[in-house]
Design a protein around this ligand. Structure first.
Ligand code: SF4
Length: 466
């Protein structure tokens, strides 16, 4: 699975907001490493800088110094839809309105065909679903709507997942879809009685790094507008019926361990997942180890609950390209070896419990097990802190076709054989919901097939349009 995207918005008169945005994007780098971008507003003008690459590659000090202004939005991108090339990097800019506007989006829309047709557009001319939204907003603004009116008009017809920040002359608007699939939070710079600015971001660590205090999450369907005068809230879209549907994989895998989601720190949630796994799927072993990064806290929880010692058995190389860059399965397996290296002294002769966050195709897991055996592991018992992944995601996470999902086409025993583990067990859906604590208020469609919002295809038959 690949991450979605990260979004940031900062309004702070008198501060170098581009530097603040840089730090916040840096804190969200894990949500997308294909491209990064910023848009600032100053002197009636919006300036956009974006490029392929990591945040640190895209923005040099000289670039940041040139990005003056008191308000900025930013984006880190992994292309869940549309093209991965430079032109699809965000923020997306349109010249409609006083100074135009720029938009940054985390999520995936599921009714792009209908949305495009409603405006007489052809999807083939759009670079991504975010580009389509910008185009539709531009049309509405050119017809005389204010940007908030245009956002209401376009987003009330949009289906799927969107946490969005939009910059226009003198204001940033932050909107979250009616289900709240993707996270979005607000923080304050300065004291409560004398705010010096406001920050919106995908995850709370992006607030921490710029010295902002977490205020609250943006509610599903809410639009938060920030100007130099302060922050206001509008009910832009009717929230969906039922609870919020925050992606449960934000807890399992995507979000940083130090992030707080719905009041719960992700690291603690992952530990509880491991504790639950230890109770439901015990095994005799010498050492519990996690697959970095998200498997580590779950392994700590497993070790604590089982009494088996915890250890670090894998070293992660953080400076290489990610395995998804290599397209075929053989290369993907090689990618695991470049990314993870076993600690032979720790592993040799040991019966290992290895805790990982998920199994998607299974090729990565199989390569991992082989690597541990070659490093001398006597037994490898895999424990997975999410239930079997059996349905594709249409809400902003890039997953393979259903036929490529190992758990969708194999029994548990067939999966164990395929990955060549001595034993294999997954956390149950019930235990995952209990560990998350707010699990009943989460989307779990890829695990249960219960899609809370319309999907763009007949489920299980083909990929989404993009
Ligand atoms: S389908 Fe799965 S990955 Fe997609 S939003 Fe729902 S829980 Fe998250």
């Amino acid at each position: 699975m690949k991450e979605a995207c990260g979004v940031v918005g900062v309004v702070a008169p008198g501060r170098d907001v581009a530097y603040a945005c840089y730090d916040a994007l840096y804190a969200l780098q894990h949500r997308g490493q294909e491209s990064a971008g910023m848009a600032t507003f100053q002197n009636h003008q919006i300036t956009v800088v974006k490029d392929n690459g990591l945040v640190s590659h895209v923005f040099a000090d000289t670039t940041l110094r040139a990005l003056a202004g008191s308000m900025v939005i930013g984006h880190t991108r992994y292309s869940t839809s549309g093209s991965a090339n430079w032109t699809a990097a965000q923020p997306v800019y349109r010249s409609a309105g006083e100074s135009g506007f720029a938009l940054a989006h985390n999520g995936n829309l599921t009714n792009t065909v209908a949305l495009a047709e409603s405006a007489g557009l052809h999807l083939t001319t759009m670079l991504s679903d975010s580009d389509l939204v910008a185009e539709l907003l531009g049309h509405a603004v050119l017809e005389g709507a204010t940007l908030p009116e245009a956002l209401h008009d376009v987003l009330r017809r949009a289906e799927g997942a969107f946490s969005m920040v939009v910059l226009e002359a003198g204001a940033i608007h932050a909107v979250r879809d009616p289900h709240g699939f993707r996270p979005l939070c607000v923080g304050r710079l300065g004291e409560p009685d004398a705010p010096e600015g406001w920050v919106v971001a995908s995850e709370t660590p992006a607030l921490d790094v710029v010295g902002a205090t977490f205020v609250r999450e943006v509610e599903p369907g809410e639009m938060v507008t920030i100007t130099e005068s302060g922050m206001t809230s509008t009910r832009l879209l009717e929230p969906a019926e039922g609870p919020t549907r925050l992606c449960i994989f934000e807890f399992v895998y995507f979000a940083r361990p130090d992030a707080y989601l719905m009041g719960h720190q992700v690291h603690s949630v992952r530990r509880r997942m491991g504790e639950r796994l230890a109770t439901s799927s015990p095994v005799e072993a010498d050492l519990v180890m996690g697959v970095p990064d998200s498997g580590i806290p779950a392994a700590e929880g497993y070790a604590k609950a089982s009494g088996i010692p915890f250890g670090y058995g894998l070293v992660k190389n953080r400076y290489i390209g990610r395995t998804f860059i290599t397209p075929d399965q053989a290369q993907r397996a090689a990618g695991v070896r470049r990314k993870l290296n076993p600690l032979r002294d720790t592993i040799e002769g040991q019966r290992l419990v290895v805790v990982d966050d998920s199994i998607v195709r299974g090729t990565t897991t199989r390569a991992l097990v082989r690597m541990l055996r070659e490093a001398g592991a006597r037994e490898v018992h895999l424990r997975i802190s999410s239930p079997p992944f059996v349905w594709p995601c249409y809400y902003g996470i890039d997953t393979p076709n259903r036929e490529e999902l190992l758990a969708a086409t194999h029994t548990l025993e067939e999966m164990r054989e395929f990955i060549d583990a001595d034993s294999l067990a997954f956390i149950s859906m019930e235990d995952l919901r209990t560990a998350v604590e707010v699990g009943d208020a989460c989307c779990d469609a890829c695990l249960t097939g219960n899609y809370p919002a319309p999907t763009p295809v007949v489920i299980g038959q083909s990929r989404a349009h993009w």
